[in-house]
Structure formats: C-alpha cells, structure tokens
Design a protein around this ligand. Structure first.
Ligand code: KIV
Ligand code: ZN
Length: 528
C-alpha cells in the first residue's frame, strides 16, 4: 500500500528515498572536514543530483556544525534538510533550531540499542533506553512532523528488544525507522532477515518508512543495502564516493546505478538524475582532496576504460558487449579532451557549468579564466580534469583570507634552495625570502615567515592530474594543530607552486577550524 509521508505526500511503493549523509557521516571522518562554504556548495550539488534528504550535520557537535546546517536549511530549496541529534533534550532542541528555516525539515535522533552500546557506552538499562526513545521522539515531533529514529548498532541488538524499541519510536511519532549496521558487521542475509522480522512483527510497521544505513567494514555496505531493499526498505542512507566513518558508508553512486541498471532484479526507482553523478563525485574530491581509486565503480577513472584488445574491439563494434551502462548515463563524456588557448570566456563559463561549478561570480570567473589561459599556453592539451583542478583554487576558495600570488624558486644540487614567495593576507600583499633543504622546504619556510603559526606538517603528497610530463601536479598538505587535522590541495604544472597553493589552502582551513572551536573569540581565531 502506498504510504502517506509528511514531507513527501503519497509515496509510490517502488520509490526509494535517497538520504544523503555525505555532509554528516561522511564529513565526520578524518581528513574529510569541509568549511561552511564548501558544505553549502556540496549541498547545492546534491540537490541538483536529486537526492531526497540531505543530512546536513550534527548541530550540537560544534557551533560550526550548527551554522552549516542552519545555512543549508535557509538557502537550499528542494530536498528535506535533516539535522542529527542524540537522544537528549539539548540535542533535539539544537537540531530543531538549526533546521527550522528549511522549506522541508527533519530531525534525526538516535540511540544505541545493542547490549554492548547500552552497557558500555550509554550505561543505561534497556527500560531506560525505551523511556529515552519515547521522550525524545515525542519532543522531536513537537518541532517537526518528519522525525527519523535510528537504533544504533541495530544489527547486534537482541531481536525482541529491537522490536520493542521500534514499536516505542513509532508510537511516539517517528515517521522513518532507520536500523544502521553501525560497525559493518552484517551480511546480506542478516539484513534481509532483520527487516522482514521487524516489518512482520512490529505493530504500526506498515505506516512508517524503513531505512537502511550500512558501513563498509567488510566491503558489504552496498550488498547489504540492496538486501534491505529486497526486504521492503524504502529509504537508503548513503554518501557520495562512499565516504564515512572508518571504511565508509554505502556509496550513493553504486546503489543508485545498481537499482537503475538492474531494474529487472530490483523493481524500484530513485529520483536521482544519474548524469550528474560524476560531477558531484568530482566536486567532493576537489573539496576534500581525496580522489577515488582508479578502479572505483561508476566514478573511478578506469570505470569505463577498456584496456584489453578484445574488449576494445568489442566496444567499438557494439558498446553493450562490455558495458552494462553507458558512461554518459553517469556523466562521463566519451572524450575528455576540451578547450585550448583560443577558447573564449563564454565557452569557459559553459565548461565550468558542465563540470559542476554552477553559477560562478564575475571576479572568480576572471581569475579562473586568466589561469586557464596561462595553463593553455604552457600545456599542449587541456583536459576537463585540468580545468577542474585549476578552478578549484579560484572558485571554491573565494572566501579565503590568505591567497597565493607568486613564487620564485632556485634549486638544484649545488646548495640550499631559496624561495621568494608573495601572498595576499586580508587583501594586503606580503613577501618573504627563505632558504631550505630543497625547494618545497624553502617555500614552506617563506610561508611560515609571512604567516607564523605552530601547526605541524603531517602529510605531503604529490600526484598527477593527467598524464605526461606537462601534467599538472596535484599536491595535498595535511596540517595538525591542537589535535585538529586539515587538508589543503593545490594544482599547477609546477609542483612547487602546487605545494605552496596546497599549504595556503590548508592554512585557510585551519583558520576556519580555529573560529569554529572558539566562536566567542573571533579576534583570537583570526590572529595570525
Ligand atoms: O552508523 C550509525 O549508526 C550512524 C547513526 C548515527 C545513524 O551513523
Ligand atoms: Zn553511520
């Protein structure tokens, strides 16, 4: 029977709700943190992708988390905006305040339900947990009609107790019941059995949407998700590129394309515009600095590359011989060769749109276009990846306090390297000259002398954006300050320039982190 839902109205039986938690479960994993503007940009891309629910953050976790959920709730139209809350009054009230401006909003509240979680983490008796569920779901319902309840570590819970928890949540007014495999322990058969049992045994189960949330510790998150769907689950919780705690969450692009490609086996549909998958994946990689592995399903650069002669021959004769879906259906173009030095500003703007950069402001467009022209002069062939890597500096970092301006380096085998670096800090030009053990060290020393700070360099990694000796280098720099980690990225055909850009990006992120952890003392946080 079709369900009536407060935010979605009547939901057809075959319609799967895609609940994206890239900005919450994904963002909370080490190295994947995003600043306010980056989260907003990612939320806009997810809305364009067509997800139904965006879990925008965990508002009580920090003032920065609250601000980003609130900003997304204010600005984003279309998807339901959810805020996460533990089973505690203060959490629910904070989440309610953060999502209040949303056109369509949800409070998502959770509590541990396995013996391990109740005894060792919550130190609560089962009856106390049941009372907390009733109280917090009731409170959440006073702030919104759309309330999701999650039983954390549900796959290791006692089945009879889990039934009582779910019944309590439904009676208190939950409209979605989510049963996470928090530790990635389940196998597909468990998942199918669990949801079949709950949907059969719990009174009121036919009036709510069941949801699945799977972690990938055994590499089974997508398989478990599809097994849950086969057992009648109609909401999938997932993340772009599968990012998330530890080994990550079920990957959005994989579950969506499995459902679309194998409609014969999984007779369901989602509202995702699959042609937007690749650009959303790339945007996330650009923001976080973590590329997916080349053989990653759907969005890895080899996902549609045919190397063996027999395969190439088959694809040329009929692509279906070795392709179960078309590359275009997820946003790949058959050729990624793009523009050259004669391309104009209008074509460049169109290209940015196609690459997922939406509407770019005139100043950012001018800066990015200038850098594109410089690159096209230096590099024989400019690929989409080159343009994406280059404009990330200008478009995603428009709000940064520190900006890279220029760098001159002398290096070689005959003595210490020297670097002369020019930065703009709060609009003021500053230069410094420094020596070091190699050009990167000299550059970072110059940077520290312009902008003194205590952060420790934890990671320095260099990769190539495309192939060939004239390829741009993409550098990642990880800094640590007071136990907080930030990653910065930079790209350029000159590896040392890319390194300086990456360091500057990481520093800007650090400033944002300082502001988040000391919201009352803005002046301090902004002090260099
Ligand atoms: O994995 C998990 O249990 C979670 C919950 C907070 C939903 O992320
Ligand atoms: Zn999770």
């Amino acid at each position: 029977m079709p369900l009536q839902h407060p935010n979605f109205g009547v939901i057809a039986e075959d319609r799967i709700i895609i609940f994206d938690t890239t900005l919450r479960d994904g963002e909370q994993s080490p190295g994947f943190s995003m600043n306010l503007q980056e989260k907003l940009r990612m939320a806009e891309a997810l809305a364009e992708l067509g997800v139904d629910v965006i879990e925008a953050g965990f508002p009580i976790a920090s003032p920065g988390d609250f601000d980003s959920v609130r900003l997304i709730a204010e600005r984003l139209k279309g998807p339901v905006i959810a805020g996460l809350a533990r089973a505690a009054r203060a959490d629910i009230l904070r989440a309610a305040e953060a999502v209040a401006p949303a056109e369509r909003k949800r409070i998502h509240t959770f509590i541990g339900v396995s013996p391990l979680h109740m005894e060792h983490q919550l130190r609560m008796q089962p009856d106390e947990v049941l009372a907390a569920i009733a109280e917090t779901v009731t409170l959440a319902r006073q702030h919104t009609d759309d309330v999701e309840w999650s039983g954390m570590d549900a796959t290791r819970a006692d089945p009879d107790f889990l039934c009582r928890c779910v019944e309590t949540a439904i009676r208190a007014g939950a409209t979605t019941i989510n049963l996470p495999d928090t530790v990635g322990y389940a196998v597909p058969q468990d998942m199918h059995r669990l949801f079949t049992m709950l949907r059969t045994r719990v009174p009121g189960a036919d009036g709510v949407i069941f949801s699945t949330h799977n972690h990938n510790d055994l590499g089974l998150a997508v398989a478990n998700t599809l097994a849950a769907v086969a057992a009648g689950v109609r909401q999938i919780e997932c993340t772009m590129n599968g990012i998330g705690e530890r080994a990550g969450n079920a990957s959005l692009e994989e579950v969506v394309m499995a459902i679309r490609t194998r409609h014969d086996a999984i007779a369901c549909r989602t509202g995702v515009a699959s042609e937007n998958i690749l650009k959303t994946s790339k945007l996330l990689a650009a923001i976080t600095g973590f590329d997916v592995q080349p053989n990653k399903a759907i969005v890895g650069r080899n996902a549609f590359a045919h190397e063996s002669g027999i395969h190439q021959d088959g694809v040329l004769k009929n692509a279906a011989t070795y392709e179960i879906m078309t590359p275009e259906s997820v946003g790949w173009s058959r050729s990624s060769l793009v523009m050259g030095k004669h391309s104009g500003r209008a074509a460049f703007r169109d290209k940015l749109k196609a690459l997922g950069y939406g509407e770019v402001g005139d100043n950012q467009l001018n800066d990015a276009f200038r850098r594109f022209k410089e690159l096209a002069d230096r590099k024989k062939v400019v690929y989409d990846e080159d343009i994406a890597a280059l404009v990330d500096d200008e478009v995603l970092r428009g709000h940064d306090r520190i900006r890279f301006v220029a760098l001159d380096v002398h290096a070689g085998s005959r003595g210490p390297a020297t670097a002369e670096l020019e930065l703009e800090v709060d609009g003021q030009g500053r230069t410094a000259r420094a020596t070091g053990d190699g050009p990167v060290d000299a550059t970072f020393n110059a940077l520290r002398s312009i902008f003194p700070h205590e952060a420790t360099l934890r990671l320095f990694s260099v990769g190539a954006v495309t192939e060939g000796t004239d390829a741009q280098a993409r550098v990642t720099v990880r800094l640590e300050e007071d136990g907080k980690l930030v990653d910065g990225q930079g790209a350029d055909t000159d590896t040392i320039v890319a390194s300086a850009r990456a360091y500057v990006h990481a520093l800007n992120k650090l400033l944002v982190k300082r502001m988040r952890s000391a919201p009352g003392d803005l002046a301090d946080a902004m002090r260099a």
